[in-house]
Design a protein around this ligand. Structure first.
Ligand SMILES: [Zn+2]
Length: 240
């Protein structure tokens, strides 16, 4: 095989190993990130419940004050009943008293319903707080586990990185750039084998003439379909 191609294939082999390490680290981290964001969501839910309870409590106090005013009004009107002279005045006062009582009763009903809601919300909030506490403990354990897993995965990565950089330095800048760009755009594979005239990167056939030239192994070719650099390496069973 062309010397340059051998270098590229070797470089890609080490890059794929490094990719695997990076992906394994990402997978570890993303599982943990999901759990951490679930914690944040639960915290937000608890805060919203707390706010609802505070608002409803405020509303309850307003209604209680209103109800007290209405009852004061009822008492004041009732004491006035003694001084009333005519039947008509009496009827008017009685109606006023009845209306105030009814209004006070309406307030009371609203207060009862609000207090039920507050109780439901408070119970839910307590439940969520307990869940959050448990989850926080689990996430703390998980964080420690992930940290140690990543440490394990990372072992040997630095050595691979150094080796990779050494390999890369041996290549011409323009070729290395092309290789890096291809890897970015083509899912990590910049250099691919061609088997029976088929590119093993995109699985499209390459023109027979190009294939024949490729078989000689002394030139660099791009796949006409996916533009990856191509080489030919016969499968082991064919060589045997
Ligand atoms: Zn291709």
């Amino acid at each position: 095989m062309n010397e340059l191609l051998t270098q590229l294939v070797d470089l890609q082999a080490i890059d794929l190993e490094i990719d695997q390490i990076d992906n394994a680290i990402k997978a570890e981290q993303s599982g943990l990130d999901e759990r951490i964001s679930a914690l944040a969501e639960r915290e937000a839910l608890i805060n919203s419940l707390k706010e609802q309870v505070t608002n409803q409590q405020k509303e309850t106090r307003t209604l209680e004050d209103e109800m007290a005013d209405k009852m004061d009004h009822v008492r004041e009107r009732q004491s006035k009943m003694m001084q009333v002279q005519t039947g008509r005045e009496q009827t008017a006062l009685l109606k006023e008293i009845e209306d105030a009582k009814r209004a006070a009763k309406e307030n009371e009903d609203k207060i009862v319903s609000l207090m039920e809601t507050i109780e439901t919300l408070s119970n839910q909030m307590e439940e969520e707080k307990n869940l959050l506490k448990g989850e926080k403990e689990l996430v703390a354990e998980e964080t420690e586990k992930v940290r140690s897993n990543i440490e394990g995965i990372n072992k040997g990565k630095k050595q691979k990185d150094n080796f990779r950089n050494g390999q890369a330095k041996q290549l011409k800048q323009s070729l290395l750039k092309k290789y890096d760009t291809l890897r970015q755009r083509r899912n990590g594979l910049a250099v691919v084998n061609v088997l029976d005239g088929v590119c093993q990167g995109c699985f499209m056939s390459i023109p027979p003439q190009k294939y024949n030239m490729l078989l000689k192994g002394d030139q660099l070719f791009d796949c006409p379909t996916c533009q990856r650099l191509m080489y030919h390496l016969a499968p082991v069973e064919e060589e045997a």
